[in-house]
Design a protein around this ligand. Structure first.
Ligand code: KDG
Length: 368
Protein backbone atom coordinates (compact mmCIF):
# COMPACT_ATOMS: atom_id res chain seq x y z
CA UNK A 1 0.00 0.00 0.00
CA UNK A 2 2.73 2.43 1.14
CA UNK A 3 4.69 1.57 -2.02
CA UNK A 4 1.68 2.52 -4.24
CA UNK A 5 1.37 5.96 -2.60
CA UNK A 6 5.11 6.51 -3.11
CA UNK A 7 4.83 5.57 -6.77
CA UNK A 8 1.83 7.85 -7.29
CA UNK A 9 3.65 10.72 -5.57
CA UNK A 10 6.73 10.22 -7.73
CA UNK A 11 4.64 10.17 -10.91
CA UNK A 12 2.80 13.33 -9.79
CA UNK A 13 6.08 15.17 -9.06
CA UNK A 14 7.50 14.11 -12.42
CA UNK A 15 4.39 15.40 -14.25
CA UNK A 16 4.74 18.74 -12.42
CA UNK A 17 8.38 18.99 -13.50
CA UNK A 18 7.60 18.23 -17.17
CA UNK A 19 4.81 20.84 -17.16
CA UNK A 20 7.23 23.45 -15.76
CA UNK A 21 9.88 22.80 -18.49
CA UNK A 22 7.38 22.87 -21.39
CA UNK A 23 6.12 26.38 -20.30
CA UNK A 24 9.46 28.31 -20.44
CA UNK A 25 10.37 27.31 -24.07
CA UNK A 26 7.19 28.88 -25.31
CA UNK A 27 8.01 32.16 -23.57
CA UNK A 28 11.49 32.23 -25.16
CA UNK A 29 10.06 31.74 -28.67
CA UNK A 30 7.92 34.82 -28.27
CA UNK A 31 10.87 37.11 -27.30
CA UNK A 32 13.02 36.21 -30.32
CA UNK A 33 10.14 36.91 -32.65
CA UNK A 34 9.66 40.32 -31.08
CA UNK A 35 13.45 40.96 -31.23
CA UNK A 36 13.45 40.00 -34.90
CA UNK A 37 10.44 42.17 -35.60
CA UNK A 38 12.29 45.12 -33.96
CA UNK A 39 15.51 44.96 -35.96
CA UNK A 40 13.74 44.10 -39.24
CA UNK A 41 11.84 47.36 -39.03
CA UNK A 42 15.11 49.22 -38.46
CA UNK A 43 16.91 47.51 -41.37
CA UNK A 44 14.26 48.21 -44.01
CA UNK A 45 14.29 51.93 -43.18
CA UNK A 46 17.58 52.67 -45.12
CA UNK A 47 18.16 56.41 -45.63
CA UNK A 48 18.41 56.34 -49.40
CA UNK A 49 22.14 55.92 -49.03
CA UNK A 50 21.24 52.26 -48.76
CA UNK A 51 22.74 49.78 -46.36
CA UNK A 52 23.64 46.27 -47.39
CA UNK A 53 20.33 44.80 -46.15
CA UNK A 54 18.45 47.03 -48.62
CA UNK A 55 20.88 45.99 -51.37
CA UNK A 56 20.46 42.26 -50.72
CA UNK A 57 16.63 42.44 -50.72
CA UNK A 58 16.33 45.12 -53.37
CA UNK A 59 13.80 47.64 -52.13
CA UNK A 60 10.30 47.02 -53.23
CA UNK A 61 8.88 50.29 -51.95
CA UNK A 62 6.76 50.62 -54.97
CA UNK A 63 6.71 49.73 -58.65
CA UNK A 64 9.56 52.16 -59.26
CA UNK A 65 12.82 50.71 -60.62
CA UNK A 66 15.53 50.77 -57.95
CA UNK A 67 18.86 52.11 -59.21
CA UNK A 68 21.62 51.03 -56.82
CA UNK A 69 24.88 52.98 -57.16
CA UNK A 70 28.16 51.46 -55.91
CA UNK A 71 31.19 53.67 -55.16
CA UNK A 72 34.45 52.90 -53.37
CA UNK A 73 35.02 56.13 -51.46
CA UNK A 74 33.15 57.06 -48.27
CA UNK A 75 30.17 59.31 -47.58
CA UNK A 76 32.32 62.40 -47.00
CA UNK A 77 33.82 62.35 -50.50
CA UNK A 78 32.79 64.68 -53.38
CA UNK A 79 31.92 61.53 -55.37
CA UNK A 80 29.31 60.60 -52.75
CA UNK A 81 27.99 64.18 -52.82
CA UNK A 82 27.63 63.82 -56.59
CA UNK A 83 25.81 60.51 -56.26
CA UNK A 84 23.34 61.99 -53.75
CA UNK A 85 22.85 64.97 -56.12
CA UNK A 86 22.00 62.46 -58.89
CA UNK A 87 19.46 60.83 -56.55
CA UNK A 88 17.89 64.21 -55.78
CA UNK A 89 17.70 65.25 -59.46
CA UNK A 90 16.14 61.94 -60.58
CA UNK A 91 13.66 61.54 -57.74
CA UNK A 92 12.45 65.15 -57.95
CA UNK A 93 11.64 64.67 -61.65
CA UNK A 94 10.05 61.19 -61.77
CA UNK A 95 8.50 58.38 -59.71
CA UNK A 96 9.91 55.82 -62.14
CA UNK A 97 13.14 55.40 -60.16
CA UNK A 98 14.38 55.03 -56.56
CA UNK A 99 18.11 55.72 -56.26
CA UNK A 100 20.17 54.11 -53.47
CA UNK A 101 23.84 55.00 -52.95
CA UNK A 102 26.22 52.40 -51.47
CA UNK A 103 29.55 54.00 -50.50
CA UNK A 104 32.88 52.73 -49.10
CA UNK A 105 32.92 49.68 -51.36
CA UNK A 106 30.12 48.11 -49.27
CA UNK A 107 28.99 46.20 -52.35
CA UNK A 108 32.28 45.78 -54.23
CA UNK A 109 35.43 47.55 -55.31
CA UNK A 110 35.59 49.22 -58.74
CA UNK A 111 36.48 46.21 -60.86
CA UNK A 112 34.01 43.81 -59.25
CA UNK A 113 31.25 46.42 -59.42
CA UNK A 114 31.74 46.76 -63.19
CA UNK A 115 31.52 42.97 -63.52
CA UNK A 116 28.22 43.08 -61.57
CA UNK A 117 26.83 45.59 -64.08
CA UNK A 118 27.79 43.19 -66.89
CA UNK A 119 25.97 40.38 -65.02
CA UNK A 120 22.92 42.55 -64.41
CA UNK A 121 23.24 42.25 -60.61
CA UNK A 122 23.87 45.95 -60.10
CA UNK A 123 22.53 49.01 -61.95
CA UNK A 124 25.17 51.78 -61.62
CA UNK A 125 28.82 52.23 -60.55
CA UNK A 126 31.17 55.21 -60.90
CA UNK A 127 34.73 53.83 -60.91
CA UNK A 128 38.05 55.44 -61.67
CA UNK A 129 38.99 54.94 -65.32
CA UNK A 130 42.17 53.03 -64.29
CA UNK A 131 40.52 49.69 -63.40
CA UNK A 132 38.53 50.02 -66.67
CA UNK A 133 41.64 48.98 -68.66
CA UNK A 134 40.74 45.44 -67.63
CA UNK A 135 37.58 45.81 -69.75
CA UNK A 136 38.55 48.40 -72.42
CA UNK A 137 42.36 48.68 -72.94
CA UNK A 138 41.95 52.07 -74.66
CA UNK A 139 41.04 53.53 -71.24
CA UNK A 140 44.73 53.25 -70.38
CA UNK A 141 45.19 56.56 -72.22
CA UNK A 142 43.97 58.34 -69.07
CA UNK A 143 46.77 56.72 -67.03
CA UNK A 144 49.66 58.09 -69.10
CA UNK A 145 51.52 60.10 -66.45
CA UNK A 146 52.17 63.83 -66.65
CA UNK A 147 49.98 64.29 -69.79
CA UNK A 148 46.97 66.28 -68.44
CA UNK A 149 47.95 69.90 -67.60
CA UNK A 150 44.81 70.99 -65.72
CA UNK A 151 41.29 70.01 -64.64
CA UNK A 152 39.82 72.61 -66.98
CA UNK A 153 41.57 71.05 -70.00
CA UNK A 154 40.41 67.63 -68.76
CA UNK A 155 36.78 68.84 -68.82
CA UNK A 156 37.08 70.03 -72.42
CA UNK A 157 38.76 66.81 -73.64
CA UNK A 158 36.28 64.54 -71.80
CA UNK A 159 33.13 66.52 -72.64
CA UNK A 160 34.18 66.76 -76.29
CA UNK A 161 34.42 64.33 -79.24
CA UNK A 162 37.24 62.37 -77.60
CA UNK A 163 35.18 61.72 -74.48
CA UNK A 164 32.19 60.62 -76.57
CA UNK A 165 34.43 58.26 -78.55
CA UNK A 166 35.76 56.68 -75.35
CA UNK A 167 32.19 56.20 -74.06
CA UNK A 168 31.30 54.51 -77.36
CA UNK A 169 33.92 51.82 -76.64
CA UNK A 170 31.97 50.66 -73.57
CA UNK A 171 28.96 49.22 -75.42
CA UNK A 172 30.75 46.00 -76.50
CA UNK A 173 31.32 45.40 -72.80
CA UNK A 174 27.57 45.61 -71.99
CA UNK A 175 28.07 49.02 -70.40
CA UNK A 176 26.80 52.55 -71.05
CA UNK A 177 28.76 55.66 -70.01
CA UNK A 178 26.51 58.60 -69.06
CA UNK A 179 28.98 61.21 -67.78
CA UNK A 180 32.56 62.01 -66.80
CA UNK A 181 33.05 62.89 -63.16
CA UNK A 182 36.27 63.82 -61.32
CA UNK A 183 38.52 61.79 -59.07
CA UNK A 184 41.34 64.27 -59.63
CA UNK A 185 45.11 64.78 -59.72
CA UNK A 186 46.90 62.11 -57.76
CA UNK A 187 49.66 62.72 -55.21
CA UNK A 188 52.03 60.47 -53.33
CA UNK A 189 51.97 59.73 -49.60
CA UNK A 190 54.17 57.41 -47.54
CA UNK A 191 55.18 56.71 -43.94
CA UNK A 192 58.94 56.19 -44.47
CA UNK A 193 60.56 59.44 -45.66
CA UNK A 194 59.91 62.79 -47.34
CA UNK A 195 59.96 62.47 -51.13
CA UNK A 196 61.26 65.64 -52.85
CA UNK A 197 63.29 63.97 -55.61
CA UNK A 198 62.83 60.94 -57.85
CA UNK A 199 65.86 59.44 -56.06
CA UNK A 200 63.83 59.37 -52.81
CA UNK A 201 61.46 56.82 -54.39
CA UNK A 202 64.15 54.15 -54.40
CA UNK A 203 62.62 50.90 -53.06
CA UNK A 204 59.48 52.52 -51.60
CA UNK A 205 56.63 49.97 -51.62
CA UNK A 206 53.75 51.86 -53.27
CA UNK A 207 50.16 50.64 -53.70
CA UNK A 208 48.71 51.36 -57.14
CA UNK A 209 45.31 50.72 -58.69
CA UNK A 210 44.94 47.48 -60.68
CA UNK A 211 46.55 48.94 -63.78
CA UNK A 212 49.78 47.95 -65.59
CA UNK A 213 50.58 51.51 -66.71
CA UNK A 214 50.63 52.72 -63.09
CA UNK A 215 52.73 49.72 -62.10
CA UNK A 216 55.27 50.34 -64.88
CA UNK A 217 55.40 54.08 -64.20
CA UNK A 218 56.26 53.66 -60.50
CA UNK A 219 58.78 50.95 -61.36
CA UNK A 220 60.47 53.24 -63.90
CA UNK A 221 60.62 55.96 -61.21
CA UNK A 222 62.47 53.54 -58.90
CA UNK A 223 59.70 52.53 -56.51
CA UNK A 224 58.43 49.00 -55.78
CA UNK A 225 54.74 49.12 -56.84
CA UNK A 226 52.01 46.61 -55.95
CA UNK A 227 48.43 46.57 -57.34
CA UNK A 228 45.57 46.45 -54.80
CA UNK A 229 41.83 47.14 -54.60
CA UNK A 230 40.88 50.46 -52.97
CA UNK A 231 38.91 48.66 -50.25
CA UNK A 232 42.10 46.94 -49.00
CA UNK A 233 44.33 50.04 -49.00
CA UNK A 234 43.83 51.55 -45.53
CA UNK A 235 44.52 48.30 -43.66
CA UNK A 236 47.54 47.61 -45.91
CA UNK A 237 49.05 50.95 -44.85
CA UNK A 238 48.09 50.39 -41.20
CA UNK A 239 49.79 46.96 -41.20
CA UNK A 240 52.81 48.21 -43.13
CA UNK A 241 52.16 45.88 -46.08
CA UNK A 242 52.86 48.95 -48.19
CA UNK A 243 54.87 52.11 -47.39
CA UNK A 244 52.67 54.41 -49.42
CA UNK A 245 50.02 55.10 -52.01
CA UNK A 246 48.83 57.80 -54.41
CA UNK A 247 45.40 59.46 -54.57
CA UNK A 248 43.87 62.94 -54.90
CA UNK A 249 43.98 65.22 -51.81
CA UNK A 250 40.23 64.78 -50.99
CA UNK A 251 40.65 61.00 -50.75
CA UNK A 252 43.86 61.31 -48.67
CA UNK A 253 42.09 63.57 -46.15
CA UNK A 254 38.53 62.18 -46.14
CA UNK A 255 39.63 58.53 -45.96
CA UNK A 256 41.94 59.54 -43.04
CA UNK A 257 45.15 58.39 -44.69
CA UNK A 258 47.05 61.01 -42.64
CA UNK A 259 46.43 58.75 -39.63
CA UNK A 260 48.74 56.09 -41.16
CA UNK A 261 50.93 58.21 -43.47
CA UNK A 262 53.40 60.96 -42.44
CA UNK A 263 54.71 62.34 -45.75
CA UNK A 264 52.80 63.98 -48.63
CA UNK A 265 54.42 64.96 -51.95
CA UNK A 266 52.71 67.23 -54.51
CA UNK A 267 53.49 64.98 -57.50
CA UNK A 268 50.25 65.63 -59.44
CA UNK A 269 51.50 62.75 -61.60
CA UNK A 270 48.19 61.81 -63.29
CA UNK A 271 44.61 63.11 -63.60
CA UNK A 272 42.05 60.34 -62.99
CA UNK A 273 38.47 60.78 -64.21
CA UNK A 274 35.49 58.85 -62.80
CA UNK A 275 33.13 57.34 -65.37
CA UNK A 276 29.38 57.10 -64.58
CA UNK A 277 28.42 53.61 -65.82
CA UNK A 278 25.09 51.78 -66.18
CA UNK A 279 24.22 48.23 -67.15
CA UNK A 280 23.49 48.46 -70.94
CA UNK A 281 20.63 45.93 -70.93
CA UNK A 282 18.87 47.93 -68.23
CA UNK A 283 19.51 51.20 -70.10
CA UNK A 284 18.06 49.72 -73.32
CA UNK A 285 14.91 48.75 -71.38
CA UNK A 286 14.14 52.43 -70.62
CA UNK A 287 12.14 54.65 -72.96
CA UNK A 288 13.64 57.76 -74.57
CA UNK A 289 12.19 60.15 -72.00
CA UNK A 290 13.65 58.11 -69.13
CA UNK A 291 17.04 57.87 -70.87
CA UNK A 292 17.15 61.63 -71.42
CA UNK A 293 16.26 62.31 -67.79
CA UNK A 294 18.95 59.92 -66.47
CA UNK A 295 21.62 61.23 -68.88
CA UNK A 296 20.94 64.87 -68.00
CA UNK A 297 20.91 64.09 -64.27
CA UNK A 298 24.23 62.21 -64.52
CA UNK A 299 25.82 65.14 -66.41
CA UNK A 300 24.43 67.80 -64.03
CA UNK A 301 25.44 65.80 -60.94
CA UNK A 302 28.86 65.37 -62.57
CA UNK A 303 29.30 69.12 -62.89
CA UNK A 304 28.37 69.44 -59.22
CA UNK A 305 30.89 66.68 -58.34
CA UNK A 306 33.68 68.42 -60.30
CA UNK A 307 33.01 71.76 -58.65
CA UNK A 308 32.98 70.14 -55.18
CA UNK A 309 36.05 68.04 -55.98
CA UNK A 310 38.07 71.18 -56.76
CA UNK A 311 36.83 73.11 -53.72
CA UNK A 312 37.56 70.15 -51.43
CA UNK A 313 40.97 69.49 -53.01
CA UNK A 314 42.12 72.99 -51.99
CA UNK A 315 40.72 72.64 -48.46
CA UNK A 316 42.13 69.13 -48.07
CA UNK A 317 45.67 70.18 -49.01
CA UNK A 318 45.62 72.94 -46.38
CA UNK A 319 44.25 70.53 -43.75
CA UNK A 320 46.75 67.80 -44.66
CA UNK A 321 49.68 70.21 -44.24
CA UNK A 322 48.66 70.35 -40.56
CA UNK A 323 48.98 66.58 -40.10
CA UNK A 324 51.62 65.56 -42.65
CA UNK A 325 55.06 66.79 -43.82
CA UNK A 326 54.31 68.27 -47.24
CA UNK A 327 56.96 68.37 -50.02
CA UNK A 328 56.52 70.55 -53.09
CA UNK A 329 58.31 69.00 -56.12
CA UNK A 330 60.59 71.52 -57.88
CA UNK A 331 60.29 72.08 -61.66
CA UNK A 332 63.74 70.47 -62.20
CA UNK A 333 62.74 67.39 -60.25
CA UNK A 334 59.35 67.29 -61.98
CA UNK A 335 61.24 67.19 -65.32
CA UNK A 336 63.22 64.16 -64.08
CA UNK A 337 59.95 62.42 -63.16
CA UNK A 338 58.60 63.12 -66.68
CA UNK A 339 61.74 61.79 -68.38
CA UNK A 340 61.68 58.64 -66.27
CA UNK A 341 58.18 57.67 -67.43
CA UNK A 342 58.61 58.37 -71.16
CA UNK A 343 59.46 54.70 -71.88
CA UNK A 344 56.15 53.75 -70.22
CA UNK A 345 54.16 55.89 -72.65
CA UNK A 346 56.03 54.27 -75.58
CA UNK A 347 55.61 50.77 -74.12
CA UNK A 348 51.83 51.06 -73.72
CA UNK A 349 51.09 52.96 -76.92
CA UNK A 350 50.26 49.70 -78.75
CA UNK A 351 48.10 48.16 -76.02
CA UNK A 352 46.09 51.39 -75.75
CA UNK A 353 46.12 52.05 -79.51
CA UNK A 354 48.54 54.52 -81.10
CA UNK A 355 45.64 56.42 -82.74
CA UNK A 356 43.90 56.88 -79.39
CA UNK A 357 47.10 58.14 -77.73
CA UNK A 358 47.85 60.56 -80.58
CA UNK A 359 44.26 61.86 -80.62
CA UNK A 360 44.27 62.32 -76.83
CA UNK A 361 47.55 64.26 -76.81
CA UNK A 362 46.34 66.38 -79.76
CA UNK A 363 43.07 67.20 -77.96
CA UNK A 364 45.03 68.26 -74.85
CA UNK A 365 47.26 70.47 -76.96
CA UNK A 366 44.19 72.00 -78.64
CA UNK A 367 42.68 73.11 -75.32
CA UNK A 368 45.92 73.88 -73.44
O1 KDG B 1 34.96 55.18 -55.80
C1 KDG B 1 36.18 55.21 -56.45
C2 KDG B 1 37.23 54.41 -55.78
O2 KDG B 1 36.74 53.15 -55.75
C3 KDG B 1 38.59 54.38 -56.44
O3 KDG B 1 38.48 54.61 -57.76
C4 KDG B 1 39.46 55.33 -55.84
O4 KDG B 1 41.21 56.32 -56.97
C5 KDG B 1 40.85 55.35 -56.39
C6 KDG B 1 41.82 54.29 -56.07
O5 KDG B 1 42.95 54.65 -55.76
O6 KDG B 1 41.47 53.12 -56.15
Amino acid sequence: MKKNWLLLLTVFVLMLLIAACGGSDEEEGNEEASADEGSETEETEGDGSGDLEDFAEGSDEDSAQTLRISIGVNDKHPEYEGAMKFKELVEEQTDDFNVEVYHSGQIADDRAAVEMLQLGSLEITIPSTSPMVNFVPEYGVFDLPFTMPSAEVADQVLDGEFGDKMMGLLEDQGLVGLAWWENGFRNLTNDAKSVESIDDLDGLKIRTMENDIHLDAWEEMGANPTPMAFTELFSAMQQGTVDGQENPYPTIELENYYEVQDYLSGTNHVYTPFIFLMDKNLWDSFDEEQQTLLKEAAVEAGEFNRQRSREVAEESLENLKEDMEFSEISDEEMERFREAVEPVIEKHKDSIGADIVDEYLAEIEKYE
